[in-house]
Design a protein around this ligand. Sequence first.
Ligand code: ZN
Length: 342
Amino acid sequence: MKALVKSQPEPGLELTEVDRPIPKDDEVLIKISYTSICGTDNHIYKWDKWAQNTVKVPNIIGHEFSGIVEQVGSSVERISVGDRVTGEGHIVKSDNRSSRAGRFHLDSHTQSIGITYPGAFAEYIVLPAFNVIKLKDDCSLEVGSILDPFGNAVHAVGSFNVIGEDVLVTGAGPIGLMLAIVLERAGANRIVLTDINPYRVKLAKEVTNARVVDMSSEDLADVMDELTMVEGFDISFEASGSPQAFNQIIDATIMGGRVAIIGIPSEPMEVDWSKIIFKALTFKAIYGREMFDTWYKSKAIISSGTDLSKLITHKFRYTDFEQAFELIDKGMSGKIILDWAN
Ligand code: ZN
């Protein structure tokens, strides 16, 4: 089968032929329909410090996907051939403290597809049946391929009681847009979404109802004045990975406020911890999705009318992956999906 492989510890990816995986008794073979490119994949493509320290080479990359079940192992009952599916990309065990407490997403030995375990940017993937998520009829295969990052946003918003709270989201990439959409559904009060990239600012204005702040021409403090936000935001979400944005959140969040961190910085970053202490801020890092509560919630949000297809701005055939990564790197896209079936 064809697959996008990180074959050397260096920038770039190779489209190459690899063996089609064979499912074991408790596994499922999925024929990939669409994959979506994540910011994480761009870190891997560019081979930055985070990727160098984290990614196993050689490996098929990619973790956001949808597809059709082609074959199931002999002990698999919940999933059938022909099911339209996506999957949780964290491969976990049940023999550790967190998993045995029901927190599978915090298994200390988690393997991640496309990072330390064979990924989804290929014509087929094999996953443990435990990880396979069936799509409802109301969810297209295109949207199915972006349920994984949507789950990150749902997990993040669900971490705090946002009802009636003023919320800041830094970074209007796909996760930032998803956060703004879920925050509105969850009953947040004023939602302010910042970015510096003109494409993302424009897209954010089109697909969210947030007060979008163009940081290249507007000042966040002015916007807070305009919204009569005297003491700051009650809750903030960092979704850019930018050290400037992180430090801005520390300044703009209220005393005793809560902050979720989702954006991955490319390098270790400097933070003024004394400000965090004297503001008595609470931080929560968001890693993945709660298994599998987040997936049920995400599918319910879609079933009750939230349209995520507007976040998919580009579709390429998988052979044109280089063009797709170029757009992502320039920040000239919402979600980009690769078509593996046509
Ligand atoms: Zn992702």
